[in-house]
Design a protein around this ligand. Structure first.
Ligand code: FAD
Length: 391
């Protein structure tokens, strides 16, 4: 017979199933904290692993291979799973307001809800462009585009707005996949044209010159138009307008620009930076409310600002879990310092990738196989769940 479970005396509530929170759930599953109840509130039941998203678009992976099943992971961790969207925080009552269910009380709260590309500043973008996040919305539009290509012969022009690694990688993946879809139907890949628009003077501004040169050459070779120093100021059905007043044809506009924090956070008492991200100290606690932690894209570590990248969210999983555990058991919290340099593995859609880290540049099919191995190993940690030690 199982011994009776200790009564719940403290509640940790996690908002968002981002890369840090899946790490927290896994760690609490492997080492449960007696008397502590975990609750995950997430808008989606499946959360994508960003590193494999371009590979999914390129057709290298199926949906289940790139998504973590949050309901299953929560169950494994003995946590409650509420499929809902958090829309507010009542700091006095210590509860989370949700779109559909009654408020969820917490003793300690953690937020890992990612970021959203900003469309509100560009006329018509909210209506006519598709942001890469939330991912279910992008995926639905992507499936529609695939069906349209299948059914509807004729020229289509795809524009991606955003010249960072996410935008470039996604564009190259879309091109490979859509050309393949046309080829298997015996159609001319020339029916499809692609363009990249970026405000910056160069693509991949945070990467070294050799990495940039590799991608510039790849885009040129693949016949993709690149418009640098071109801010998109308006989007209409079938076209977009640059700041110089020129209109460019675009049947599909995908938005992968710099992102901001969710609007609802502005109505909380949390201190936010200019882009709407939650300002946190070294222990990942909010500067204005130490009962609230934040990690991943939505957190701005004020002493160690970093680029928004999934790698930081993944790495924060361990210190976040340790500090939530310390907070709930009344122990001392530890500071966390993210790495100053990190490895980016950026793919070109055709099972080829480039490694970038500081001044390091490596490229080849083997780099893609290396990336594939790392990504699959990461996903296996959450999808091939070992028996729990307590079970
Ligand atoms: C095409 C592309 C490729 C990329 N490739 C890489 C890469 O190779 N390596 C890398 O390091 N980074 C990459 N990035 C960046 C990476 O996607 C982000 O930095 C990363 O996803 C951030 O993770 P996160 O844990 O903060 O949040 P996310 O992964 O965005 O997860 C947020 C979660 O919160 C949920 N949520 C959101 N709002 C609410 C709410 N109000 N209530 C409840 N739940 C909510 C969402 O449903 C989601 O489950 C890429 C980005 C793009 C666009």
């Amino acid at each position: 017979m199982q011994p009776p479970l200790p009564p719940v005396s403290r509640d940790i509530v996690l908002i968002g199933g981002g890369h840090a929170h899946v790490g927290v759930l896994k760690r609490f599953a492997m080492r449960p904290e007696p008397g502590v109840r975990l609750t995950l509130i997430c808008r989606d039941t499946h959360t994508p692993y960003s590193g494999m998203l371009p590979g999914y678009v390129a057709g290298h992976y199926g949906y289940d291979e790139v998504h973590i099943d949050l309901r299953r992971l929560a169950q494994y961790a003995g946590a409650r799973f509420f499929r809902d969207e958090a829309v507010g925080i009542d700091h006095e009552a210590r509860s989370v307001r949700c779109r559909s269910r009654p408020p969820v009380p917490y003793d300690w709260l953690s937020i890992n809800i990612g970021s959203t590309p900003r469309l509100d500043a560009t006329a018509g973008a909210g209506e006519h462009a598709v942001p890469v996040k939330p991912i279910h919305r992008f995926n639905a539009r992507w499936q529609t585009l695939l069906e349209r290509i299948e059914a509807d012969p004729g020229p289509i022009r795809v524009a991606v707005v955003g010249g960072g690694a996410g935008g470039v990688e996604l564009l190259l993946a879309m091109q490979v996949r859509l050309h393949r879809e046309l080829a298997v139907r015996g159609r001319d890949p020339g029916e499809l044209t692609f363009a990249l628009f970026t405000r910056g003077a160069r693509i991949l501004p945070t990467h070294n010159a050799r990495v940039r040169a590799h991608f510039e050459a790849t885009l040129r070779r693949r016949g993709i138009e690149v418009h640098t120093a071109t801010e998109v100021v308006a989007v209409e059905a079938g076209r977009l307008q640059a700041a110089d007043g020129r209109w460019h044809a675009a049947d599909e506009v995908v938005w992968v620009t710099n992102a901001g924090g969710a609007d609802w956070l502005r109505d909380t008492r949390l201190m936010l930076d200019d882009d709407g991200f939650i300002e946190v100290g070294d222990t990942l606690q909010s500067l204005s409310d130490p009962r609230v932690f934040a990690a991943g894209d939505i957190a701005h570590q004020v002493n160690h600002p970093r680029e928004k990248a999934g790698v930081f969210a993944v790495r924060q999983g361990r210190p976040l879990a340790d500090n939530l555990r310390a907070a709930v058991t009344g122990r001392r919290l530890r500071p966390y310092r993210p790495q100053a340099r990190w490895l980016s593995l950026i793919s070109t859609g055709d099972r080829h990738a480039v490694a970038s880290r500081g001044g390091l540049y490596l490229a080849g099919d083997w780099v893609w196989r290396w990336k594939d191995w790392i990504d699959r190993r990461f996903m296996a940690r959450f999808n091939d769940l070992p028996p729990r030690p307590s079970a």
